[in-house]
Design a protein around this ligand. Structure first.
Ligand code: NIG
Ligand code: FE
Length: 384
């Protein structure tokens, strides 16, 4: 079964082989053929081969599906009141996570799965075709393991975040909680996870604890990533670079040394502009990172506390308006950048052999994603 999408006014390929001056590898008057779950042909509409089915893009833009490399979708309840208080002047604190832990522990597996399904559907409607999902609202052996089992029903990009905050039962003995995370909890979680993550921040876990947890994860076959420098400068970003992690996420407060360390290590800086929007923290500068030679990804961080958006188009618009990124840089960061942050080469690009994950915009160019913020421009998605 093959599908020809033709009459594409602007095709964003992110093809690294394209003209080096064109970040997005844009082709105009283009066509794409999808077959057996992969892109089988890319070229000029005039040269398109025949296929079993044809879709006429009517001159609109086609892009790689968005790659959301950071979300926390396994949760119950919401924290609208906390958001409301924040908008009235309260500040965001990591401790709010425990509110969601209580609601998540009280939910059944079916309720958790239904919540994830609802949010994944929301993401799909907004163009996301690859997503990562973390645990981190269970914080007990059983609740972390079942969170990851639920997440695995929706994606292979699952992340064990038992080290989100210290579980309430261990408030007086964080060292014992780190022992639990690196011992029985890791053992129960590892079969369902690809990644291990630590919230390395004041109020969560310090540098030594993060090192210990990432080392235990690596020994169990999990790849490391970090939440770091979200609420203030700290050691997390430099630790990620030192360990050569694939990506480090948030990067809101960065020193020049942090930026240089990211560049030298080739660690992707994943920016989460929805968090700054929802916490009223200052936006980090994507411009500063890109100009320094750091690879930047954009992700949603969809979670009920610090940022309850599932929309990468919204995050792209924020990155352009608030982080000094061009529309092309922001679109790249939400597609090819997200793929880099997950160590993937089969998504975030439209080249022969890539997964057949694409989106069609109700607009002639990718620029409209930032130019028309808040407008549901994703007309349809294809997902392998
Ligand atoms: O990525 N930073 C830590 N974890 C989440 C927030 C979780 C919450 O507030 O519930 C984040 O922002
Ligand atoms: Fe997060």
């Amino acid at each position: 079964m093959s599908l020809l999408i033709t009459n594409i006014g602007e095709l964003v390929t992110n093809d690294p082989a394209a003209d080096a001056g064109d970040l997005l590898g844009v082709r105009t008057d283009a066509a794409v053929v999808l077959a057996d779950g992969v892109v089988s042909w890319v070229g000029a509409a005039a040269d398109a081969p025949a296929a079993d089915e044809v879709v006429d893009a009517q001159g609109r833009a086609v892009l790689p599906g968005f790659v959301d490399s950071h979300s926390h979708l396994v949760f119950a309840g919401d924290r609208a009141l906390e958001f409301q208080a924040r908008m009235a002047g309260e500040s965001y604190a990591a401790g709010g996570i425990r509110t969601t832990v209580a609601a998540t522990r009280a939910a059944s597996d079916d309720q958790l799965a239904a919540g994830v399904a609802r949010h994944v559907a929301e993401m799909r409607r907004q163009g996301t075709t690859t997503l990562e999902i973390k645990s981190g609202y269970g914080l007990s052996v059983d609740d972390e393991a079942r969170s990851l089992r639920v997440a695995r029903e929706f994606t292979d990009e699952t992340t064990f975040l038992g080290a989100h905050v210290v579980a309430p039962e261990y408030a007086d003995d964080p060292a014992a909680y780190v022992d639990l995370v690196t011992g029985p909890m890791l053992e129960a979680a590892a079969p369902h996870a690809k990644w291990i993550d630590v919230f390395c921040e004041r109020g969560a876990f310090d540098e030594d604890q993060a090192r210990t947890i990432l080392a235990a994860g690596a020994a169990a076959g999990l790849k490391g990533r970090l939440h770091a420098n979200q609420l203030g400068e700290g050691p997390g970003v430099r630790l990620a670079a030192e360990l050569g992690l694939t990506a480090v996420d948030h990067c809101t407060y960065l020193s020049d040394d942090d930026v240089h360390a990211l560049r030298d290590a080739g660690t992707v800086a994943t920016l989460l502009p929805g968090v700054e929007f929802s916490t009223r923290h200052p936006y980090p500068s994507g411009r500063r990172l890109i100009d320094a030679g750091v690879t930047v990804a954009i992700a949603s961080d969809c979670n009920p506390g610090s940022c309850y958006t599932s929309s990468l188009p919204f995050c792209i618009a924020l990155a352009v308006r608030e982080m000094g990124m061009t529309p092309a840089e922001a679109v790249w960061a939400a597609t090819a950048g997200g793929a880099r942050a997950l160590g993937r080469t089969d998504v975030g690009v439209v080249v022969p052999g890539a997964r057949a994950d694409l989106l069609l915009l109700d607009a002639p160019t990718h620029v409209h994603l930032a130019y028309r913020p808040g407008v549901p421009l994703v007309s349809r998605t294809w997902s392998a």
